[in-house]
Write a protein of this length. Structure first.
Length: 126
């Protein structure tokens, strides 16, 4: 059973990031002190407002995670937040297309699948 401190950390994670993953739940339970410090680092480098706005940071997350061949669901989480932050489906698609050459077609394919799943894009029946 989660403690209140673990629940509070996971709620803050969801609020700041717009999502939580299994790794966040594991970290909150296994080492709450480290998880709190990790969240502070993420806020300083990713979720906190600095020069780059959140939409731009999400576009970067999408293409980097696609390039690294992250799980489709993890990429989808960033597509979802990018949409919430004002990115259009076309902007996200163009960001993925812009990095096909350096990241490779297989990584692009995974990113494209996450984009299609999260934006509701459907291939018409022939």
């Amino acid at each position: 059973m989660s403690t209140q401190q673990e629940k509070d950390l996971l709620n803050k994670t969801a609020q700041n990031r717009g999502y939580t993953l299994e790794m966040h739940r594991i970290m909150a339970i296994a080492d709450i002190e480290w998880a709190q410090k990790y969240n502070a680092f993420i806020e300083a480098t990713y979720t906190g407002q600095r020069t780059l706005d959140r939409k731009t940071k999400e576009l970067l997350q999408i293409v980097v995670e696609a390039a690294l061949r992250a799980d489709k669901e993890q990429i989808q989480a960033h597509v979802r937040v990018a949409l919430q932050e004002g990115a259009t489906p076309q902007e996200i698609l163009e960001a993925l297309q812009a990095v096909i050459a350096p990241m490779g077609a297989l990584a692009f394919r995974r990113g494209l699948q996450a984009w299609a799943a999260e934006t509701g894009f459907e291939i018409p029946e022939e």
